[in-house]
Design a protein around this ligand. Structure first.
Ligand code: FA5
Length: 343
């Protein structure tokens, strides 16, 4: 009896001293576990009750229960005190938050591609063109057959193609595929541009990469002629280089999906008497173009007797490089922050 009484007093005494000493939530939790936990000292004390006679049990049972309740109350009061202190500290920190304080941060910038695509889209939208997109993983039929480039056609040699293991599937080699999707899915009149990535299995150098960007243009309606093509492309080039006196000239060009086909050159926007960009010629090759071949219209169920149209496609990568004076495509496609920060 005496032993139990002493034990109860010593646990009560020690518990409240340790409770008093706890200065943080973590220390308080250690005290709780050590006394009130399932393996704690109070539980062990209560475990002893089952081995004592019934008359002693009736005395110590209530005393043990009282100790447990007092210990729990003491713990709860202290826990609330700590929580209130923490809330008060948080409020104080918030009251002192300085919204004008300068926090050093690094600011991102738009990639040159993003800049130029936004400009191109704005110019063409002002002329009534829509912006179109298409898949980069394509079928042989859309990338070649629909565009009048059947199997064994020599024009396929110009498009070194990344083929998938899946038969007839490839990474598109040009954005002319978007023409086909548009013609198959919509009815004329159609006016769209399609900037996007293309892939060719080529050796890389300062102006060629295996991934690059092109921008396609397509217009189909009744009575569309070369005059529409020439004035649209010229107006676009004058706007993008911000040069009203920029001139264009035309040479015959062969692309199986247009007839006649043209290569469009522009007068060098950077010089008057020849420079390294125009290789001292005063002219820069900029765009392939032509009137849409009747075979292509027919493939897409558009009657060539009623409708005609033009298409053009230029290297958007080349345009970015020209416009920003970037002399190596690999820089443009690198993740070099020092380079990209300039734009
Ligand atoms: C075409 O791809 C045609 N689809 C363009 C076209 C559209 C003609 C509509 C007529 C009507 P070409 O293969 O020439 O054409 O490619 C066009 C441009 O893409 C090139 O002038 C060049 O600027 C760019 N280009 C081609 N291959 C690469 C490459 N590996 N790296 C960077 N740019 C490239």
């Amino acid at each position: 009896m005496n032993n139990l009484e002493e034990l109860l007093h010593s646990i009560t005494h020690d518990y409240f001293i340790e409770l008093e000493k706890a200065q943080t939530m973590e220390q308080l939790e250690l005290v709780r576990v050590s006394y009130l936990g399932r393996q704690g000292k109070i539980a062990a004390l209560m475990g002893l009750l089952k081995n004592i006679p019934a008359e002693q049990k009736s005395v110590f049972g209530p005393l043990c229960n009282k100790l447990k309740q007092d210990a729990l109350n003491g713990y709860t009061v202290k826990q609330e005190t700590f929580l209130n202190q923490e809330i008060a500290q948080q409020q104080q920190r918030q009251e002192h938050f300085d919204v004008t304080a300068y926090y050093p941060h690094t600011q991102g910038s738009l990639h040159p591609y993003t800049h130029i695509i936004e400009e191109i889209e704005t110019i063409f939208m002002s002329m009534g063109f829509e912006i179109a997109t298409g898949p980069e993983v394509e079928t042989d039929s859309i990338n070649f057959e629909a565009l009048n480039i059947p199997k064994d056609h020599p024009a396929r040699d110009m498009h070194d193609t990344f083929w998938f293991d899946v038969p007839h599937m490839l990474l598109r080699t040009h954005t002319s595929t978007v023409q086909v999707h548009a013609m198959l899915n919509k009815r004329p009149p159609l006016a769209l541009i399609a900037p996007g990535r293309c892939y060719r299995h080529e050796a890389t150098d300062a102006s060629h990469d295996i991934m690059f960007m092109q921008c396609e243009g397509l217009l189909i309606d009744k009575n569309i002629s070369l005059a529409h093509l020439l004035s649209t492309t010229k107006s676009f080039l004058q706007a993008i280089f911000n040069k009203k006196d920029l001139k264009t000239r035309y040479r015959p060009g062969f692309f199986p999906f247009v007839e006649p086909g043209l290569e469009i050159d522009m007068s060098c926007p950077f010089c008057t008497h020849g420079c390294s960009t125009c290789k001292k010629t005063g002219w820069i090759e900029i765009c392939g173009a032509g009137l849409i071949h009747p075979n292509v219209l027919q493939y897409c169920n558009i009657d060539p007797e009623h409708y005609s149209g033009f298409a053009f496609g230029f290297g958007l990568t080349r345009l970015v490089m020209l416009k920003y004076g970037i002399n190596d495509i690999r820089l443009l496609h690198s993740a070099e922050l020092e380079f990209l920060k300039q734009f």
